[in-house]
Design a protein around this ligand. Sequence first.
Ligand code: 5GP
Ligand code: ZN
Length: 115
Amino acid sequence: MDCIFCKIVEGAIPSKKVYENEHVLAFHDIQPAAAVHVLIIPKKHIPTMNDAAGEDFALIGEIHKAAQIVAKELGIADSGYRLVNNCGKDGGQVVFHIHYHLLGGEKLSALNVRD
Ligand code: 5GP
Ligand code: ZN
């Protein structure tokens, strides 16, 4: 399968890992959009939020749990952060393997819903 994030899970593409357990992996985004920009992904390949079903929702809970842990580890839990999933074309999804952006480490601008 030609999926960048599956290759990161397999270790075929290197990443700067910040957290890992049997379900999820967290690593720094290659093009950070904030002082802290970490991607949190399930190890299982699920293309978009539209494709999540059944036990996948427990995995999505694991992503939120990892976000809480990573935010604490990177020292942004108290200052606050944003956890974002882009879904599909209008959502601006570029990599079709579910991921959440954990953004923080500075005051983020108001959420822009339009360009
Ligand atoms: P999307 O727009 O799909 O929600 O976000 C994809 C994110 O993946 C982007 O923020 C992009 O910078 C990041 N990204 C794309 N390729 C790689 C890569 O090979 N390594 C890492 N660490 N991040 C990547
Ligand atoms: Zn994948």
